[in-house]
Design a protein around this ligand. Sequence first.
Ligand code: PEP
Ligand code: MN
Length: 455
Amino acid sequence: MHTPLAGTQSGPATDPALDAWRQMNPKQQPSWAGTPEHARVLSELGTLPPLVFAGEVDVLKSRLAAAARGEAFLLQGGDCAETFSAATADRIQARVKTILQMAVVLTYGAQMPVIKMGRMAGQFAKPRSSDVETRGDVTLPAFRGDIVNGYDFTPESRAHNPQRMITAYNTSASTLNLIRAFTQGGFADLRSVHSWNQGFMANPAYHEYEQLAGEIDRAVHFMEACGADFEALKRAEFYAAHEALLLDYERALTRTDSRTGLPYDTSGHFLWIGERTRELDGAHVDFLSKVKNPIGVKLGPTTTGQDAIDLINKLDPEREPGRLTFITRMGAGKIREALPPIVQAVRDTGAQVVWVTDPMHGNTITSKNGYKTRRFEDVLDEVRGFFEVHRSLGTVPGGLHVEMTGDDVAECLGGSDPVVEEQFDSLYETVVDPRLNHAQSLELAFLVAEGLARR
Ligand code: PEP
Ligand code: MN
């Protein structure tokens, strides 16, 4: 018998506890269970190599533990729904670049390490409020993300097709490969990232950030003048995250860590449970309670303090540093009332979670011309509310979670170089939720950096 490589996992983990979710009527699953094709795909997925290693996942957990203590800040960003067709070199690179650019600004504002994480290399499954979509007099299954069905509004495309799980795995692998090359191969050197930000500052619309941008510029030049040229300047740690929605897929990629014998979901470093699937006795919470990855849970405005405590007890009974992140998505008009009782309840138990704000999902509106959109001002106001609440309670605002892209799309309204509704017809591309474009993402980073400098 050969000796497995340290941290390498081959074949799905066998612990029966990892299958308990199957008896729990999991929500938001495709209708393909029981077909021979489905069984064949799952057995193939089970033989494919892990996308991430347990050792990397453990390093991330230690970084998140620092964020929970207020010694690091987490930046999570990427598409609402990745698509197979947009997994091109240019677009992946633009997104990673934008996240790195945001991270430099945030690092300066926070004066602490920023953990960089993409909603990338696996963000292919979407929960939907309705199972079907009707256009005119045609009703078809709703689009559930490229891992389940196609976006085109035809019966063939909208049929749930298990073979798409293999394409999702392959697309995740090639995306991750490019991210690793880009962030580890010297292209993401802090000095290049800084020079990209100078391109952004050349637009006079952003003159209010000149002081902060100038300070960062002087800091970079100071390091250069001192001859600072250490490895951390040349490489960036970058982690992959997605919503662990499709439990069959996540289960097939769950492997036993050869070092410890413990199960890790190797589809991504960090996995989160969405607002629609976070019930305490539900399948998603059960499955993720059994893997060792750091886990996020989205919390909407109806969450109670007791809900949060129950989730901690189920998902992090050992109170393991870095294990649990709460991603709050309240809405700008609600966060100042809805968040304090939850944070207080958690604080009073002594549990240390990472508190992250998702200022996108509570602020979705429909534009006059019929597009799903968000106002930059509302996004910013929710972030401000998040900092205010944590400042007043003495707790740690640990991170930011945004839907964004590196491209010049028009999907969210506003910003200093404003996006207006009239641009939607030509520049609106997202298949699910609207994303901040490249410039709006950077502007948000500047505004959050100012907030971090004051926290
Ligand atoms: C999402 O992150 O795209 C999403 C569906 O979020 P939530 O679960 O918070 O609604
Ligand atoms: Mn979304």
